[in-house]
Design a protein around this ligand. Structure first.
Ligand SMILES: CC(C)(COP(=O)(O)OP(=O)(O)OC[C@H]1O[C@@H](n2cnc3c(N)ncnc32)[C@H](O)[C@@H]1OP(=O)(O)O)[C@@H](O)C(=O)NCCC(=O)NCCS
Length: 349
């Protein structure tokens, strides 16, 4: 049930809505689904709230936070201190990935809960990512995260947003349960991998040859990429596969936008087994593997080892995001460590 009618939360939570009836039953309280009527729930105020939300996120995610997460929290704190940024951001809420929009929950004038709403655009469609759902440990299991997430969903509906997504770690059953109850469904599981570059990473003693990417390989490469990085998840990438296309025009385009993409192919007995592209874009995952169901896993390992060697002069670590459970051994054999597996959930309405 999404955004319509009423929902129940457990009785240890006392709700006093400003509007509408509150029906108290023996085991639960029925409240209007529009929890923004609740005095403790309000929209994020980016001129004021970012430092407190950064603290909350740091507290709630400390056990799983990586360097990227720490950087994100630092960015949030800096943005919160910088008036000119806040003033600009107030006008630019729809065009930045910082959590400039969302909802917070206050207890005694202190923020104890948060849900951010981060807008994306893909194929002319508007997509919202609900992120940073966090509630302080002392205030958990009172329905606060449910109310915040539901309010974020209602907000998306009010804005007529086409798709609403969220990411949740596969080892977070409580949060998964919460999102399932709110009508989210699992669409994909993807693992993030990371390795240190190493100019002396081994080569594989195999019948696989690493070459540059030949134009003839492109149809296969594109087909494999489209399966491994499916379009419905494409809103999260800020580039598209066309930038990997062979040909003069694309080469000129990449030169123009100053994007130094590297590509390699793994060939066995004259046949393409797999391809690897490295796209230096942002802080996120930058290696993109193309391989088919029948591809030799050693081809993948050989390509990833090649990337570790060739990028050693410019990068300390390199990352890859890939469907969970696919070619895990091959990726691990190239010295990559699994950082996390995220479930991609989409709201249904
Ligand atoms: C996950 C989190 C946001 C839940 O916040 P919360 O306010 O305690 O959640 P709610 O009270 O709204 O829970 C609603 C329902 O979700 C499920 N749920 C939430 N937390 C749960 C847990 N730890 N274990 C099992 N079920 C849980 C339950 O079904 C719960 O209903 P119930 O209490 O009636 O059984 C909070 O535990 C948290 O901040 N965790 C650390 C950060 C995090 O993991 N965020 C999620 C990122 S995707």
């Amino acid at each position: 049930m999404l955004g319509k009618g009423t929902f129940h939360i457990s009785c240890n939570f006392v709700v006093e809505g400003q509007t509408g009836a509150i029906i108290i039953t023996m085991a639960s309280i029925t409240i209007p689904a529009r929890m923004d009527a609740h005095p403790n729930l309000r929209p994020l105020n980016i001129l004021r709230d970012l430092p407190a939300v950064a603290d909350l996120i740091e507290t709630c995610f400390s056990s799983t936070m990586d360097n990227e997460g720490r950087q994100y929290v630092q960015d949030m704190r800096r943005a919160g201190r910088d008036d000119s940024f806040s003033n600009w951001a107030n006008r630019a809420i729809e065009s930045t990935s910082l959590p400039l929009s969302g909802y917070v929950w206050e207890e005694n004038s202190r923020i104890v809960g948060n849900a951010s709403v981060i807008p994306f655009r893909h194929n002319k469609q508007r997509v919202y990512l609900i992120a940073n759902v966090a509630v302080e440990p002392d205030h958990r299991r009172k329905g606060i995260a449910r109310a915040l997430t539901q309010r974020a969903l209602d907000h998306a509906r009010e804005k007529k947003v086409d798709n609403v997504w969220l990411h949740v770690r596969d080892d977070n059953p409580g949060a998964i349960d919460l999102y399932l109850q709110l009508g989210f469904v699992e669409r994909a599981r993807r693992t993030s991998w990371q390795a240190h570059t190493d100019a002396h990473a081994p080569t594989l003693p195999a019948d696989i040859v690493i070459t540059s990417r030949h134009p003839d390989f492109w149809p296969n490469q594109l087909n494999w990429l489209s399966r491994l990085y499916p379009d419905p998840l494409g809103w999260h990438r800020n580039w598209d596969f066309k930038s990997l296309r062979p040909g003069l025009w694309n080469w000129l385009y990449l030169l123009f936008v100053d994007l130094n993409i590297r590509q390699w192919a793994a060939v066995k007995k004259g046949k393409l087994e797999a391809a690897l592209a490295w796209i230096p874009y942002g802080r996120g995952e930058s290696l993109f593997v193309a391989a088919g169901e029948e591809s030799d896993p050693n081809a993948l390992t050989a390509l990833l080892l090649q990337a570790r060697r060739e990028l050693a002069h410019s990068h300390v670590t390199i990352s890859l995001e890939f469907p969970a459970g696919k070619f895990d051994n091959a990726i691990g054999a190239a010295g990559f460590k699994s950082l996390r597996t995220l479930i991609w959930m989409q709201a249904t309405s």
